[in-house]
Design a protein around this ligand. Structure first.
Ligand code: PMT
Length: 219
């Protein structure tokens, strides 16, 4: 049980995908269902935290006791996080935020007049890196979704973004995204721990326990 592990702590989280509009009827999205992030929000709440979840578009009910703010795009999510981050004790980025968005979303439905269509994409802000770079940063936790060299890329993200902890998972067909179970490797400066395949609810509880321990750990 992890009852009380985060009692009195304020946790800000992101979950789900972001949708990047191409025109009034079409968007670029990704396979994130929000299940991992919603499970983490529920586990944090059950551990006694006050939880604000900034959620991309998902088909999930709000976890009981969690305040959920729904957003659509990476820019919306970025703004919502920056508006809420001051005074938070922990930030957990579980969202699959689009790295790029269409440079100029069309005002009207794009017509099928040409044989090929090129869409220019521009970089989105990195929400997690911005949170980690703040002088008053919360304990900052990222996720790393990779198809290959999972631990190598995750360790790099931990160091480059100066995170306190990162949860690495393999994604691909039927893995990580959309399904009910997952497997995580937790990495922090100087250590790591495997969380073998289990339900996202069980993994979320273990992750919250490790966060609570490291939050209290010296250094
Ligand atoms: O939603 P589910 O279907 O349950 O699937 C769960 C999951 C696979 C989406 C989840 O476990 C997961 O791995 N989430 C992170 C997905 C991701 O976008 O990883 P990334 O390696 O591209 O990003 C690294 C970190 O930076 C993440 O914490 C991400 O939230 C954050 N980020 C990325 C880009 C950006 N512009 N802003 C960010 O904050």
């Amino acid at each position: 049980s992890n009852a009380g592990a985060l009692a009195g702590r304020k946790v800000l989280m992101t979950a789900g995908p972001t949708f990047e509009d191409l025109d009034p009827v079409r968007y670029l999205g990704n396979r994130s269902s929000g299940r991992m992030g919603y499970a983490v929000a529920q586990a944090a709440r059950e551990a006694g935290a006050e939880v604000l979840l900034i959620s991309g578009p998902v088909a999930l009910a709000d976890p009981p006791g969690v305040t959920v703010q729904r957003v659509r795009s990476a820019l919306d999510m970025h703004r919502a996080v920056l508006d809420a981050v001051a005074g938070m004790d922990v930030f957990i980025g579980t969202a699959a935020v689009a790295d790029y968005r269409p440079a100029q979303p069309a005002g009207q439905k794009i017509k099928k007049t040409r044989e090929s269509l090129t869409v220019e994409l521009v970089r989105n802000p990195d929400i997690l890196a911005e949170v980690a770079a703040r002088a008053d940063r919360p304990f900052t936790v990222g996720f790393a979704a990779e198809t290959d060299d999972v631990l190598g890329y995750a360790r790099r993200k931990l160091e480059e973004k100066r995170l306190d902890l990162i949860a690495a998972n393999t994604v691909g067909a039927g893995q990580g995204f959309e399904v009910d179970d997952n497997a995580l490797t937790l990495l922090w400066p100087g250590g790591q721990q495997e969380l073998p395949r289990a339900s996202k609810a069980a993994l979320a509880r273990d992750l919250i326990n490790v966060i609570a321990q490291r939050l209290h750990a010296p250094g």
